[in-house]
Design a protein around this ligand. Sequence first.
Ligand SMILES: [Zn+2]
Ligand SMILES: [Zn+2]
Length: 94
Amino acid sequence: MSEKYVHPTLGPMCPTCQSFHGDDACTFDPLAACALCGLPVGVLSLGGPNVCPACDSGVFRDGTRWERPIFSEHVDGGRSLRWLQAEVRQRAGP
Ligand SMILES: [Zn+2]
Ligand SMILES: [Zn+2]
């Protein structure tokens, strides 16, 4: 998709965050770390600007599903998040 997408009612799609905020300045930072896996979020997901699209779908960036549910830190003391981040680092390679 090289041409700028323009929604009939929402207007042009922001090429940075792929959402529709009209003429408002884009506040989305694609290099911000994902709250779950720690990698740059890249594009805006339905989960919001702090979660990457892969984590939002419960998969690694290679498309593999997480083998276990991920809980927020106050539920399991960060155990599942640490597991996720270790897996992500392993998959990203050295
Ligand atoms: Zn934007
Ligand atoms: Zn993520």
